[in-house]
Ligand binder design. Sequence first.
Ligand code: UDX
Length: 485
Amino acid sequence: MDTITRKASKGHRLVLLPLPYQGHISPMLQLANILHSKDFSITILHTSFNSPNPNNYPHFMFLPIPDTGNEMHSLSDLKNILQLLNYINTELVDPIRACLERLMKEDERVVCLITDVHWFGTQSVADGLKLPRIVHRTSNISSFRSFVAPVLLRDKEIRSARGVNLLNKLNKITWQKSKGKKVVPITLKTMDKSEASASVSRLETFEVKDLPKFLPSDPEGKYKILEVMVKGTQEARAIIWNTFKELEEHELEALREDFPNPHFLIGPFHKFFPALSSSLRTQDQTSLSWLDKHPPKSVLYVSFGSLVRFEESQFLEIAWGLANSKQSFLWVVRPGSVEGSEWLEPLPDGFLERIVEGRGYIVKWAPQQDVLAHPATGAFWTHSGWNSTLESICEGVPMICSSSFGDQLLNARYVSDVWRIGVKLENGFERGEIENVIKKVMADEKGLEFKNNIINIKRKVNLCVKKGGSSYSSLEDLVNYILSF
Ligand code: UDX
């Protein structure tokens, strides 16, 4: 590949199609900004559900897919994710084809379609229009490997390190097992301890319990979706990652075996372009003035991303764990994130006044990247979404991980066991464990060790996005690659 970057002439147009969720829209819009800075013209193709705000991006063209948004809205709860993916990859495929055809007629310099991997149904559209399709995977490589493991390992019948037939093990998770006369879905509750802690072949770092949890109610549906997603990714011309080589070189090599496509590791995206407003919610800027009043590294920032929801009992364990830790905290509680409540109603009478007043601050949504960069922030209690994890790494803030679903489980395992930059809460939400872990990370020797490790990675991040660094060079390669189409 050339080492000198060819410049896209204004007009080489890229069409980017994000999955309409916060954790997917933000990195796709950051990627769009990065490519725009390389002189590509940008069109954002988007659903009306969770539409990004075009006013924040006057330099892009926005093209709404003509859908009503109602169907997607009714499927927006996480428990309907399979139906939603099915819907967008079948019902929206024709409207997307029509949009692209029209755009390509009006502008003959459309050179490439870049979609989230979850838009696997668009591969046939791109093929039909002879438009190269590249995919962007918003998670990291490690978690992607675990994500696709059921499909790839099933194909190959690989045996696990402990001689247990992994295929069977995965089937147990993926499908169902018999209990007496009943067939019960496999969940961590129905699995015995040794099954849950078994190691997984070729995914050395993971234990079975870390593999992404899906809906036991529809294992067949999950498998089919994974299968087409794997196929759609393998058929794409390349894969773009919001990660960097120094962090995942080993995982990339392992992935190449099944995904021989060109891979471009050009993250962390937000190091090239600090967050423009891709936030779908209003960020409460008083978070920052509140942090201003606190000494360096004294505040625990608590946020569980844009999708995770809690039962009331879990929410109360979090609240009491925070209160009993006696540490200062800034806590994001998204309205509607606690089952059956609008916002903070489940908190006991007087909790806010007596316990939280002065030491804690609760907001509905924070300017997260600025919060993590604030000198007062000492640690981050997170759900381990990839954007949050990456943002924390970039600011050198150690983590407490409470993963919930999908890639979060793997991210948390890597944070605690591989990169050693934080700790994973292993027992869900239990106030005693929470209190101890917060003290450990904020005030203990262990916290210092995490801090040193994460600062080391932060240094590598700063280098990789500079001229000659791995992400910088990979971006040059990506531009050249697109211009070679
Ligand atoms: C989802 C999945 O949960 C995650 O596992 C996957 O990697 C991406 O899709 P989400 O739950 O939103 O994402 O988490 P995350 O990936 O961490 O993204 C959240 C984004 O919202 C971050 O960029 C964060 O900076 C932003 N955010 C979060 C705010 O701006 N304010 C907040 O108060 C909380």
